[in-house]
Design a protein around this ligand. Structure first.
Ligand code: F0G
Length: 356
């Protein structure tokens, strides 16, 4: 039996490029090290010769990419003596903050928009014992409140305005280059608060310091929550992809820098396009991601078909969260057999033959 190779989380693996010392107590649940999966069926549907990989961040401990930044943010909060963390969230950050606070033995306060977070995320925040504060407002209102309250109470903000979040999340770029053995030509990802595109760009530019190599970054937003397409903040974001239902991204300038410096672009997808991409990945590749995540693949497919992403390209799409996060939206897209049949061999056989 192999011994001595236990994976101890991404801070342990990437400690050379992260702000920790040998004596830092690492708050880790084994995050990172997620698979980079080559799509086998979808590329052919584009009619073009391309390689598409998905970085399946839904396989992190709490089911989203947030764990990469959270392990770092909570590790530093604990190192600095903080007894409580706070965040505003569309769901995944709250689930991750709750889990890492539980692991560290500190308190988590999470502000979430009433009625607008997916069921799985709420279940996680509740199970991990976070103090859940539902607000009659959206993520942007919550973010503003968190910033104000942190000035008056001894709590550490763990949203991606916390620079340690970005540090932890940049490791996704390191893993991708390591797994591919090269820098991808294009990196597509969904954009909400814009921390993740900022973090990936940081990772790629750190790695490419001497070679100058980097991917072209493409950020995709939901049509009803697309401030980067509008060129200004918006007040009433709306989309079925509740994870990216954000009108006032905190990493606004950094995301524009990533787009400009990489030679990339922002674009938007309708809710229908987002859900179609989610279904396509599920049905064609056996990969279940949440709606917001599918914006990356939906956007990539469109830009491959229209030639913006040229033939011969190697493309990485980040799948930010697991499909099980949002069972309601998934089920509502699928036809459920209307009526039950008899529990008999004949009835089941007939049902099968009917479908073959
Ligand atoms: N995809 C998922 C599944 C998300 O949960 C988020 C953000 C994003 C994409 C966008 O990433 O904000 O770095 O541009 N979710 C945050 C939250 C806002 O509160 O969970 P971003």
């Amino acid at each position: 039996m192999a011994t001595g190779n236990r994976y101890l989380g991404l801070i342990d693996k990437y400690r050379d490029v992260l702000p920790v010392s040998d004596s830092t107590r690492l708050i880790s649940i084994g995050e990172g090290n997620t698979p980079l999966i080559k799509l086998e069926n979808i590329p052919a549907l584009t009619g073009k010769n391309v390689d598409i990989y998905v970085k399946y961040e839904g396989l992190n401990p709490t089911g989203s990419f947030k764990d990469r930044g959270m392990t770092m943010a909570v590790t530093k909060a604990v190192e600095e003596g903080s007894k409580a963390i706070i965040c505003a969230s569309t769901g995944n950050t709250s689930a991750s903050a709750a889990a890492y606070a539980a692991r560290a033995g500190i308190k988590a306060f999470v502000l979430i928009p009433e009625g607008k977070i997916a069921l799985g995320k709420l279940a996680q925040a509740m199970m991990h014992g976070a103090e859940i504060i539902q607000i009659k407002g959206n993520f942007d209102h919550g973010m503003q409140l968190v910033k104000e309250v942190a000035e008056h109470a001894p709590v550490t903000i763990v949203n991606s305005i916390n620079p340690y979040r970005i540090q932890g999340q940049k490791t996704a770029a390191y893993e991708i280059v390591e797994a591919l053995g090269k820098v991808p030509d294009y990196h597509c990802l969904p954009v909400g608060n814009a921390g993740n595109i900022t973090a990936h760009w940081l990772g790629y530019t750190e790695m490419g310091k001497t070679s100058g190599e980097h991917p072209i970054m493409a950020g995709y937003q939901a049509a009803g929550a697309a401030p980067f397409l509008k060129g200004e903040m918006i007040d009433d974001p709306e989309t079925v992809a509740t994870a990216i239902r954000i009108g006032r991204p905190q990493s606004w300038d950094q995301a524009w820098a990533a787009q400009k410096e990489s030679g990339g672009w922002f674009d938007l997808l309708s809710d229908e396009e987002i859900l179609a991409a989610q279904k396509l990945l599920s049905e064609q590749e056996g990969i279940f991601c949440e709606p917001a995540s599918a914006a990356s693949v939906g956007g990539a497919i469109r830009d491959i078909k229209n030639g913006k992403i040229p033939e011969g390209s190697t493309i990485v799409c980040t799948l930010t969260g697991h499909g099980l996060k949002d069972p309601d939206t998934a089920i509502s897209q699928c036809a459920i057999n209307p009526k039950a049949i008899d529990a008999s061999l004949d009835a089941v056989k007939a049902a099968i033959l009917d479908k073959l």
